[in-house]
Write a protein that binds this ligand. Structure first.
Ligand code: FAD
Length: 499
């Protein structure tokens, strides 16, 4: 309520926020998390909390009247459907030349993501974040993050035999035919549960087209791991459906935090102002960057530097589909949880790490879908528009081309070898590349540039950044393990020295 005072306030409940919440509460500090999305604990009229990908409704999207599926087209038309506007779980946030998909709810991106839990290649981590001691990261913080996230590996024998991963085996075979290596990718989805799904012993989730609009079972999302552990200390409180709109120094020390509470229909219920001794920005690459850029531009946090808002990248994301031959079916039954990646990162002329993604339509389509992570050098900046009071992102449409060029080195080769072609109907009408959206926003408040070496915001003691905005635009693999491990490292330092 307005006037309340808390020792520590965390903005956002994704990976960075969940780590901050656990480490602060374990250190004996009462911690309040403010999250703009819902707490996803109450089932809808169908008895389910989340929707399958095949049956979206209001729960699927953050205030949209029409779905905006990443693979939004098929056979010459849009496959998007009308839905009720509601505080749904997946946001597709539109900027001038890209849409950024993000999770909305207690658990942030962990509610909607594919769960791929990949520790980056050490050499690339060192290239991207040279100021961070990699012995400490690979010796202590990556293992700590993997353990706390509940990362597990698929049983290889089951992978080889189950119909649910035929799509991945076909993706592997066609990659291997062209000389590309594949690798198993760990996940936070409980593979033992998935085996029981396949055996018909439990309710199907990953095997029932559940993932980007949430999983009703099987997935170790943050509400079940870090946030549950933080709650168990008795020192955690969470305000869902509260959006932080301003942070500024308070007269008597600490910071005032202004927030707006909405209901699930989007109507404003209340505006509140509280004070906090310390504020942890964990609103994600986009959320944290937008907030800080606006606070700097409006003079509320005047001492923030020019690096705030800079260094944003899309982790080189680009999506593409291939049409397999009729004799290479990918399976009508596909697990929604990816298990394999094509690893061609060693190609200096165009490094690629490509997730072999499911295309779970419930029917045979002979499609191989890939989310390629590439080394795209382009970086954008978040910019405050004084006219509208909004923060934009100056990413340009052509800036995805280096990612397409790199991905073509892999998928042109596969198509040539197999005598196959790209699907041109999945991302538009005659549009081969899914290059106008991103799953992996990174940067905007880069470690060691906009912050000090541990995420402290210079000039404003007690303000910290702990999320994906610290990572400078690229990490070469799916990013949440890195975001979690970096937050673990920074929180360990902050708790030891500042609190
Ligand atoms: P987030 O997890 O985005 O958390 C930020 C939170 O802050 C959100 O809950 C948001 O609602 C809240 N927030 C924002 N602004 C405010 C505000 N002003 N006030 C209050 N709250 C606010 N990564 C992987 O590693 N593996 C994968 O398999 C994978 N698959 C993905 C699939 C999809 C469809 C998507 C969208 C992403 C995927 N990702 C994956 C990316 C991964 O989910 C993100 O990198 C990760 O969630 C970022 O963590 P974060 O802590 O920086 O922010």
């Amino acid at each position: 309520a307005t006037g309340d005072h808390v020792p520590a306030l965390v903005i956002g409940s994704g990976y960075g926020g969940a780590v901050a919440a656990l480490r602060l509460t374990r250190a004996g500090i009462d911690t309040h998390v403010v999250e703009m999305g819902q707490s996803w604990t109450t089932p809808g009229s169908d008895g389910l909390i989340f929707n399958s990908m095949l049956k979206p409704d209001g729960r699927s999207f953050w205030f949209r009247t029409k779905t905006d599926q990443p693979v939004g087209y098929f056979s010459g038309g849009s496959v998007n459907k009308s839905i009720a506007s509601y505080a749904g779980v997946l946001d597709s946030e539109a900027f001038a030349a890209t849409r950024v998909y993000q999770g909305r709810g207690v658990g942030g991106g962990s509610l909607v993501n594919g769960g791929m839990a990949v520790t980056p290649k050490r050499s690339y981590f060192e290239e991207v974040l040279p100021s961070v001691n990699s012995d400490e990261m690979y010796g202590t913080y990556f293992p700590r993050a993997n353990a706390a996230l509940g990362v597990n590996a698929i049983d290889p024998a089951w992978f080889e035999s189950t119909e649910w991963y035929k799509f991945a085996r076909v993706g592997r075979q066609t990659a291997n035919d062209s000389g590309f290596a594949t690798t198993f990718v760990p996940n936070v989805y409980d593979f033992a549960y998935m085996k029981q799904e396949a055996a018909g012993q439990v309710r199907k989730s990953a095997l029932a087209q559940e993932v980007i609009y949430g999983n009703n079972a099987g997935k170790r999302s943050l509400d079940k791991t870090y946030l549950a552990a933080a709650a168990a200390t008795g020192r955690l409180s969470i305000s869902p459906l509260h959006t932080v709109t301003a942070v500024a120094p308070a007269a008597g020390g600490g910071y005032t935090v202004e927030m707006t509470q909405i209901d699930t229909a989007g109507a404003v219920v209340a505006r509140k102002t509280v004070t906090a001794d310390r504020v942890f920005f964990a609103a994600g690459s986009v959320g944290t960057s937008k907030l800080l850029v606006a606070m700097k531009a409006t003079g509320r946090l005047p001492d923030l530097g020019d690096e705030v808002g800079a260094g944003w990248g899309n982790n080189g994301n680009v999506m593409v589909g291939r049409a397999n031959h009729m004799w290479d079916p990918t399976g009508g039954n596909q697990s929604c949880i990816p298990a394999l990646g094509i690893d061609d990162w060693a190609d200096a002329a165009g490094p690629v790490f490509a997730e072999i993604a499911p295309f779970p339509a419930g029917t045979e389509l002979w499609i191989s879908l890939y989310l390629a992570i590439t080394k795209n050098p382009n970086r954008a900046r978040f910019v405050f528009d004084a006219g509208t009071g909004k923060v934009g992102l100056n990413w340009q449409a052509g800036w995805t081309q280096p990612s397409i060029d790199a991905a073509k080195r892999v998928f042109d080769a596969i198509n040539k070898k197999e005598g196959t072609i790209y699907r041109t109907d999945l991302f538009g009408v005659y549009k081969t590349w899914g290059d106008d959206f991103v799953y992996h926003p990174l940067g905007g408040c880069v470690l060691g540039r906009a912050t000090d070496g541990y995420g402290r915001l210079p000039g404003h003691p007690g303000l910290y950044v702990v999320d994906g905005s610290l990572v400078p635009g690229s990490i070469g693999v799916n990013p949440f393990v890195t975001i979690t491990a970096l937050a673990e490292r920074n929180m360990a330092k902050i708790i030891a020295t500042d609190l």
